[in-house]
Design a protein around this ligand. Structure first.
Ligand code: ZN
Length: 233
């Protein structure tokens, strides 16, 4: 059942997407909205008590991005699945999180064009997306008395850096960037290099010279170089 709160912008987006996707709505006891997509079908979950048009539009924009048929987190996950060191870092939840950050960055301008406010883009939309206090929990990526690197710390490092980059609000992350650079400058450069390319990546014109697979493959290669001669536990 389509929630009855949809305004004109969300309704016209829905009508447009219905040309390509079979979209259904399901009420659920959740604290925000969510979408599950598989082979041309999209199910949008919403809580009838708190749903609003902006949160449905957000989920519809995830469906809109599916039209461009790119793969980021999933490609990284598949590409590193058999890598004995990096599969400890790039688990499914980090890869899904990377996808989400990349998606949010590309759909935000359209969200604003539809007439919605920055504060309605996400739950706790205006908050800092990573706290310096949490980041400082990563004392080091390398364990103190041996030469092995901690996979959980690297996972947290990469996830946090993606959240900072993907923030649609201009929060001040100067300290966060300094701290992460100081922890590992090379890792910082690999993630930021990927992100800078993602920022200018044209999702609407994907071809051999503008390929999402080239982008993720170069990230995977750089990660493999970084991890070479390192022990990950
Ligand atoms: Zn989202």
């Amino acid at each position: 059942m389509i929630p009855n709160v949809l305004d004109n912008s969300a309704t016209s987006l829905l009508v447009d997407l219905q040309k390509d996707f079979d979209i259904s709505f399901e009420p659920k006891d959740i604290d925000f909205c969510g979408v599950f997509q598989k082979s041309g079908k999209a199910t949008i979950y919403y809580n009838p008590k708190i749903v609003n048009s902006a949160s449905i539009a957000h989920e519809l924009l995830h469906v809109w991005l599916t039209r461009f048929n790119y793969s980021i987190g999933d490609h990284i996950y598949q590409g590193l699945r058999s890598d004995k060191k990096l599969n400890m870092v790039f688990n499914k939840s980090l890869c899904d999180y990377i996808t989400n950050c990349c998606d949010h960055f590309k759909m935000y301008p359209k969200f604003i064009n539809l007439g919605y406010k920055p504060a309605d883009f996400l739950k706790n939309s205006m908050d800092e997306k990573a706290s310096i206090k949490d980041l400082k929990e990563i004392k080091r990526l390398k364990q103190k008395f041996c030469c092995s690197y901690n996979s959980k710390a690297i996972n947290f490092y990469i996830g946090s850096l993606f959240s900072i980059f993907a923030d649609h609000v201009k929060n001040d992350y100067t300290q966060h960037h300094e701290y992460l650079k100081q922890l590992d400058y090379e890792l910082y450069s690999i993630v930021s290099d990927f992100w800078n390319k993602w920022v200018i990546f044209d999702i609407e014109n994907i071809d051999a010279s503008n390929s999402d697979l080239d982008l993720t493959n170069s990230f995977i290669d750089n990660m493999k170089k970084w991890v070479k001669r390192k022990r990950i536990v």
